[in-house]
Write a protein of this length. Structure first.
Length: 117
């Protein structure tokens, strides 16, 4: 019976993502606001709690999200710089992924070194 909760989680997450990407074509400002909300974090935290009921793990998960959110904003730096650098989409997106990879390594370093405690 593990399959039904998994499918429910996938469908709910997918509806939010698809809805926001559709809305981006109609109202980009509202879509951006919706995506900026911690909807996926909220869902993941509640799903994790009901699956494991381990508050220590939930607290660590929430701390990891809190540290990761500002770091993940590095993804947008190439898009902001593109206003002046006039790069194509592919290069801009590749640089954004590179920035995100750097952010991930910094996030890992923070948690491996114990700086998060």
């Amino acid at each position: 019976m593990e399959f039904v909760p998994f499918i429910t989680k996938v469908l709910l997450s997918s509806v939010i993502l698809v809805g926001a990407s559709w809305l981006a074509g109609k109202n980009p400002v509202l879509a951006g606001f919706i995506i900026a909300l911690p909807l996926m974090s909220m869902l993941a935290i509640i799903f994790s709690y009901f699956q494991y009921r381990d508050m220590a793990k939930i607290n660590e998960f929430a701390l990891s999200i809190l540290v990761a959110v500002p770091l993940s904003l590095m993804f947008f730096i190439p898009f902001v710089l593109n206003k002046w650098l006039k790069m194509g989409f592919t290069l801009t997106y590749a640089l954004a992924i590179g920035c995100l990879a750097a952010a991930y390594f910094l996030h890992s370093l923070i948690f491996k070194s114990g700086l998060s405690r």
